[in-house]
Design a protein around this ligand. Structure first.
Ligand code: DGJ
Length: 542
């Protein structure tokens, strides 16, 4: 006989399990200690990524020669555009054949995908808007510069523009959910690409000008007051200079000048993008992020893409909504530590969706995962690789692949560090566990092959404390010496150092290092050109 009470309980329990299970399985961010993990298929995941060039994923055929290069470089994730003009060629009529093919091919190659929504904006411009948007300027208005000249940039001050993009994005997210929720091939989505206003710091269209003369929205002012102590110093200074006013129009609160034009524009870009992101998340709640074109310090807003999700504007972007999970830097300039420090200074997780695919990229990627405990890294134009099997990125990614469970087990607990070295920054000191480690560039050894070279390659390493006096050190081009941290009268020595690899997540020693390999016990070394993991046990003696 049907036992209603009992069956009601079973039904409820199964719903909880199913719901909980489904929740757990959707890619999401998870705070662990003072850092953040990306969870995919229920497990922590580090993105060993590569971003495709802008037009490489425009057809099934153009992708064909690319897939094998990606796996040969030990990538686990491809960042690929999804083009508004291609998925909605006619208003309201969607074609996801290219998207589906990308998902199916990625699954076959055991790769995950991060989709880049090339919607209203791609590097400031609106080049990926469908023709029915481009050809109907009356309905889908553009920005104007200070000379009243229109540009091929959709204005964020138009509800029609917002609605058209939002509907398409929501449809895309719905499609990903239906097509991929079970497998979770698509793990994050970038909303728009390098948003920013060019060639003037703000939009001068009629509606923009009206908004500029209106009161600054309460929502922003409330955020500033509630977070006054936490605001980034550059932004705090602008507000302070004008007397921390809490009512008035944009110029009354932030003063006259380009900085106010930029703040104003950032608010409206961020609002627009957050509304799109929210619509996407209401449909399928996976992590969403935006990326920033970094500004050269000598350039003014409008000479660089003004108002993007840049460090000096991060409070404005955060005040505008919570549907965007990450603000991310794109690196085409060398100041890697500087910018990453700025992006992470409020405790936000770091994800680097683009880095110029140059010789420094692999080493910076390893450093980002060691020092910032980043959730991922991805050089741009990844398919341009000359010889994928020989590419250093692949060798560094292989180390990260092997170490991912160890990194994730120790994440957020002060047990992981990274070093980044070159000729100008020859050494770096790190304190971890009971020891002080001095990491030096391999070429500081006067007997190393390249010591006399004029140019030294960039090198890097990650170190993870796994137990009392025990560490993994992995990377390339480093020499490490040690001192006890507390009792300075003691010496530190190598008890054991083994070079090896993880097979099915289990450590396997390949060579026990000693003699010349450790300079008779004086140091740990991984030469330039070698890519290794060493398991190190230290001890102290009088
Ligand atoms: C940054 C953009 O986000 C990419 O799509 C690409 O245009 C690169 N710049 C450089 O070509």
């Amino acid at each position: 006989m049907f036992n209603f009470k009992k069956n009601r309980f079973v039904l409820l329990a199964s719903l909880i399990i199913q719901f909980g299970f489904a929740q757990e399985k959707i890619p999401h961010l998870h705070k662990k200690g003072n850092k953040t993990q990306l969870i995919v298929n229920g497990k922590p995941f580090i993105i060993r990524g590569g971003e495709l060039g802008n037009s490489s994923a425009t057809s099934i055929e153009s992708m064909e020669p690319i897939w094998s290069k990606l796996t040969e470089m030990n990538l686990n994730t491809v960042l690929t555009p999804v083009y508004w003009e291609l998925i909605e060629p006619h208003e309201g009529k969607f074609d996801f054949s290219l998207v589906d093919d990308l998902v199916l091919k990625a699954r076959k190659e055991n790769l995950k995908l991060v989709f880049l929504w090339f919607g209203s904006w791609k590097n400031s411009m609106s080049s990926h808007a469908p023709d029915w948007v481009k050809l109907n300027q009356k309905k889908y208005p553009r920005v104007k510069d200070d000379k009243n000249k229109s540009h091929e940039i959709l204005t964020p001050f138009s509800e029609n523009n917002l609605e058209a993009d939002l509907k398409a994005f929501q449809k895309l997210m719905g499609h990903i959910k239906d097509f991929d929720q079970k497998e979770q091939t698509v793990i994050m989505v970038q909303v728009e690409n390098e948003i920013g206003m060019l060639p003037t710091a703000r939009d001068y269209s009629l509606t923009a000008n009206e908004a500029f003369n209106k009161q600054v929205p309460d929502e922003l002012l409330r955020y500033l007051q509630a977070n006054k102590e936490k605001l980034v110093p550059e932004f705090f200074e602008v507000w302070k200079k004008n007397g921390f006013k809490t009512s008035g129009n944009w110029e009354q609160i932030f003063g006259k000048g380009l900085q106010t034009d930029e703040i104003f524009m950032a608010w409206f870009f961020a609002k627009f993008t957050n509304r799109i992101a929210k619509a996407g998340k209401d449909t399928y709640e996976i992590p969403l992020f935006v990326n920033a074109a970094l500004n050269a310090p000598e350039k003014k807003p409008g000479e660089y893409p003004s108002a993007g999700p840049l460090p000096h504007l991060m409070d404005v972007w955060k005040a505008a909504g919570t549907s965007i999970d990450l603000l991310s830097p794109d690196f085409y300039n060398p100041l890697f530590k500087h910018w990453n420090d700025l992006f992470t200074r409020q405790g936000d997780p770091l994800f680097i969706p683009e880095h110029k695919f140059d010789a420094t990229a692999p080493f910076k990627g390893l450093y980002a995962i060691g020092h910032y405990e980043a959730i991922g890294f991805s050089p741009f134009s990844i398919e341009s690789v000359a010889d994928a099997k020989k590419e250093p990125l692949g060798k560094i990614y292989d180390l990260i692949r092997q170490l991912t469970p160890t990194i994730e087990a120790n994440k957020g607990s002060g047990k992981i560090e990274g070093v980044l070295l070159d000729k100008e920054n020859k050494s770096q000191i790190i304190q971890l566990g009971n020891y002080e480690f001095t990491f030096k560039h391999d070429y500081t050894l006067n007997w190393s092959d390249g010591a006399k070279d004029e140019i030294w390659p960039m090198t890097s390493a990650i170190i993870i404390e796994i137990g009392a006096d025990e560490f993994y050190i992995a990377g390339s081009g480093i020499v490490v010496t040690f001192k006890p941290l507390k009792n300075k009268s003691l010496n530190a020595g190598i008890l054991k150092t083994d070079q090896g690899r993880f097979e099915n997540d289990v450590w396997k020693t390949v060579r026990h290092f000693n003699g010349d390999q450790t300079h008779q016990g004086r140091h740990v070394r991984i030469a330039v050109g070698d890519y290794e993991i060493q398991k190190l046990k230290l001890y102290t003696y009088e």
